[in-house]
Design a protein around this ligand. Structure first.
Ligand code: ADP
Ligand code: MG
Length: 495
């Protein structure tokens, strides 16, 4: 660790670990409490060796030591971190500390020591690691108060008002993601959660949480410019702007947000120009103390074909995972969805559906809608027997491990074409419909991601798969022949 600026109240260390040390300057006297500083420093180094980097950076690094002698008081930036540290690390911290100084007690409190230096106003251009004092953007003030420059293009406002924290059911699988999202909603721009990166499989509530953050901030902070976009929208806006020579409008628009919520960031993969533009937007927003929330299907470092600069920036704040909820949580989610649709769903039916449809929540909802539709259509109440019957095919499908290969074979046989035609580049009509159908079925009945389904179909782009699923959904509504083909193929797959 090297001292690069040591004037009174002007200490910046190259190594972010020293943030804790700098923060140990006694607030009242300005005199460093040397013993506690050294003690905590040694403890930090030990914990850094013991813990996975992500855990260390997220929970331990933000702790600052207070100026008391004994106990050693560790200040957590907020209650969330305090509780987490208490539950998971306090015992270990105490044991390291008492190993170093037998009579020293450790206490946790909420608070922040004054920084020894005014933070730089722009984002450090080349951080080498996850949140360090010098590398992270300034945390102190909250920018979420509509103060962005006037804009020529409107901020898209497409938050779904039904996706709130109240409608999000918490369980073990999502408790950290939910708690972190609530923290961001309550205290946007806290540097320990900026950016907030929520990752996990499809249909597990990432987008829901993101909207919940946006809805909360919008409700509680008058005039805040909350902007929700998918990364695809970001790319398409940029392409349009380039076509119409209006890239400045595009830049101003995105950079005017107080809170930028950007969904499915993995789709920026391989798009260099968009990544570059996003990189600058990201820096600008963080430099202005704006909150950024992102979602992705994987941990930032694992997104393929993504610029390393972005990967590293994405891990600056807090990355949290959502996982598949257990059956009880799925049941609770389903019951709450049913209640929101004014449907009195018996608990045993909700349990039955949750127990048999184990892929993700979107599928659960799909199954539930199917039962509701059958019940309405046939004028029968939703009982367990009725549900078993209505979901016969679907459950058979879910009980079988269906692969994309499988789907391609069945679809090809049904339409009397070859699998090679399905995956070929040919755009002839007799091939495109079956191909789209096969892609849509793959999306529905396998856990493959959009890009990986694209890969099965001759290396097509994920947007082609997305388009196919939308087209198929539309044709199922409007084209009776197509609807019947779809149903028959689905039945074939379930046997
Ligand atoms: P993802 O973005 O992870 O693919 P979504 O947020 O779109 O998933 O969630 C899919 C559906 O499942 C949405 O309707 C969402 O409301 C619902 N859902 C997922 N998890 C939960 C939860 N814990 N509580 C309530 N609804 C949930
Ligand atoms: Mg989503």
């Amino acid at each position: 660790m090297k001292l690069i600026n040591g004037a009174t109240y002007g200490i910046i260390y190259e190594d972010g670990l020293a943030l804790a040390t700098a923060a140990c300057l006694s607030k009242s006297t300005g005199i460093p409490n040397i013993m506690m500083v050294e003690l905590w420093q040694t403890c930090l180094s030990q914990l850094e060796r013991e813990l996975p980097p992500q855990d260390f950076n997220t929970w331990v690094r933000p702790l600052q030591c207070g100026d008391s002698q004994n106990p050693l008081t560790l200040l957590a930036p907020n209650r969330f971190v305090l509780e987490w540290v208490k539950q998971h690390y306090l015992a270990r911290i105490t044991s390291i500390v008492t190993g170093l100084q037998a009579d020293c007690r450790v206490e946790l409190d909420i608070g922040t020591r004054e920084r020894a230096v005014p933070r730089p106003s722009a984002v450090n251009p080349a951080p080498s690691r996850t949140p360090t004092a010098a590398a992270t953007p300034p945390p102190e003030k909250t920018a979420v108060t509509s103060k962005a420059p006037p804009q020529s293009a409107p901020v898209p406002d497409n938050l779904d008002p039904t996706y709130t924290f109240d409608t999000f059911i918490a369980g073990k699988s999502n408790e950290i993601a939910r708690a972190a999202s609530e923290q961001v909603a309550l205290n946007p721009c806290d540097k320990h959660y900026n950016p907030l990166f929520i990752y996990g499989g499809v249909g597990l509530g990432k987008t829901h949480l993101m909207h919940a953050i946006g809805n909360h901030i919008r409700k509680h902070r008058d005039g805040a410019r909350v902007m929700f976009v998918t990364s695809e929208r970001f790319v398409s806006d940029m392409v349009k702007a380039l076509q119409h020579h209006s890239i400045d409008v595009f830049k101003n628009n995105y950079r005017s947000a107080d809170v930028l919520l950007i969904d499915d960031i993995q789709f920026l993969a391989g798009k260099e120009r968009s990544q570059d533009e996003f990189f600058h937007t990201f820096n600008e927003l963080l430099g202005r103390h704006c909150q950024i929330v992102m979602t992705s299907d994987t941990y930032p470092k694992e997104i393929e074909n993504l610029d390393d600069r972005l990967k590293s920036r994405f891990s600056w704040g807090l990355s949290v995972a959502v996982e598949l909820p257990d059956v009880e949580t799925r049941q609770a989610i389903l019951m709450s969805k049913a209640a929101a649709s004014q449907c009195d769903l018996p608990p045993e039916v909700a349990f039955f559906i949750s127990n048999h449809i184990r892929s993700h929540i979107r599928d659960l909802e799909g199954a539930f809608r199917r039962v509701m539709a059958h019940s309405k259509f046939m004028g029968k109440p939703i009982t367990l027997e009725f549900t078993k019957d209505a979901l016969k095919d679907l459950i058979a499908l879910h009980d079988r491990a269906i692969s994309v290969d499988n789907i391609q074979k069945v679809v090809a046989e049904y339409y009397k074409i070859r699998v090679a035609d399905l995956v070929s580049k040919s755009k002839k009509r007799p091939l495109t419909r079956p191909r789209q159908l096969a892609m849509a079925l793959s999306r529905e009945f396998t856990s493959e991601s959009l890009p990986s389904i694209g890969g099965f179909f001759g290396g097509r782009d994920h947007t082609t798969v997305l388009h196919a699923t939308k087209k198929v959904a539309e044709l199922r509504e409007t084209d009776r022949g197509f609807f019947e083909d779809y149903e028959k193929i689905r039945q074939l797959l379930s046997h």
